[in-house]
Design a protein around this ligand. Structure first.
Ligand SMILES: [Zn+2]
Length: 355
């Protein structure tokens, strides 16, 4: 028996902690191709000086251009992890829900299935059990699951009240009797910044800084960060601002990854999964997404961590779905997620290959 027990242990993943990050409605087109020349050079969708934005984001060469926009994705994840969703290679990632907007998409990510009853962003507190809540109920993870989001609706998407996890969403202050100076500052600052380009949502940089401080102080084992500026600025039809949002989201992901590699609690035993709730339209429809907007059900995802082989940009043909992320998070932690529904299967390509 000893042999078999050891064998089973050897097949477990090295991942002890999972960070799941979403970039709301960020197009796979920009991730894989960098700035779109028609949108970047044209006057219609930009707000700032063209020389500035072209210098910042343009290069004739596709690989240089996309690395200019998302340097962590192309200099780090592409070397040490996996990136899915480049449809040029018939590498397809899609939502399975039929709505193609945020609440249905985040429900699908975190509960592992598409719920046709969730058909509005004003849907009340989610009736479905999500993976964060499920993990938090296990003794190993209890009190070690945290959520920081720019969009306030996550208190409902994750059903904060029932889930029993702290969801710091929208303009909520971090609560507690012994806050750090950084937490106290951020609690103030978030209310003093101009409302984010008229979107009314919390700046992603504040969401990120609150999450990073929580990591330093509390060492969560499961952390969700949801950024929203890519979507909000796309809806404002400002392509240069939308690119900026993606560029700075990439920088924040890099900062968190690099910070965690300096902390023994996280170093070499933490997996990042990065994806989104929905895609967007193409051409002049790029600011929009909805079931009436073709292509806005198209996604990307990326994974980097100790169990994920360094295959870089995935070029094999295949189809992956948004409903697979919940069970993939569970699999990295050697757990099977159950919530009474038929769930998407774990994404086997990113998991330990001996599993
Ligand atoms: Zn949107």
């Amino acid at each position: 028996m000893l042999c078999c027990f050891n064998l089973a242990v050897a097949q477990k993943s090295l991942t002890k902690n999972v960070v799941i990050i979403t970039l709301d409605g960020y197009r796979w087109q920009e991730l894989f191709n960098g700035a779109d020349s028609a949108l970047l050079f044209g006057k219609k969708f930009n707000s700032q000086d063209s020389a500035w934005r072209i210098k910042k984001y343009w290069d004739q060469d596709n690989s240089k251009r996309r690395a200019k926009l998302m340097p962590f994705f192309w200099n780090s994840i592409a070397k040490n992890g996996q990136i899915f969703g480049n449809r040029k290679h018939k590498n397809f990632v899609n939502v399975t829900n039929k709505y193609w907007f945020s609440y249905p998409g985040y429900n699908e990510i975190f509960t592992g299935f598409a719920d046709s009853l969730i058909n509005s962003n004003d849907h009340p507190a989610n009736q479905n059990v999500n993976i964060l809540e499920f993990l938090n109920q296990l003794p190993e993870f209890n009190g070690k699951v945290a959520s920081f989001t720019s969009w306030d609706t996550f208190t409902k998407i994750l059903n904060e009240k029932r889930a029993g996890i702290t969801v710091n969403a929208g303009f909520n202050n971090v609560k507690g009797d012994h806050l750090s100076e950084v937490q106290e500052s951020l609690n103030q600052l978030q209310h003093w910044l101009p409302k984010d380009y008229g979107t009314g949502e919390r700046h992603d940089a504040i969401t990120y800084a609150l999450a990073k401080e929580h990591v330093k102080l509390n060492h969560p084992r499961v952390l969700q960060i949801s950024f929203t500026e890519t979507d909000a600025l796309a809806h404002s039809a400002k392509y240069d601002y939308y690119l900026d949002a993606a560029h700075y989201n990439d920088a924040m992901i890099a900062d968190l990854w690099n910070y965690m590699q300096t902390d023994p609690f996280y170093k070499n035993q933490t997996t990042f999964i990065i994806t989104e709730d929905h895609g967007r339209g193409i051409g002049d429809s790029w600011p929009h997404h909805y079931y009436t907007v073709p292509n806005s059900n198209e996604l990307f995802f990326a994974v980097i961590g100790p169990d994920t082989q360094a295959n870089g940009e995935m070029k094999q043909s295949g189809q992956w779905f948004q409903n697979q992320f919940a069970q993939t998070i569970a699999s990295f932690l050697n757990i099977t997620f159950q919530n009474g529904k038929k769930l998407g299967k774990p994404i086997k390509e990113v998991l330990p290959q001996n599993k």
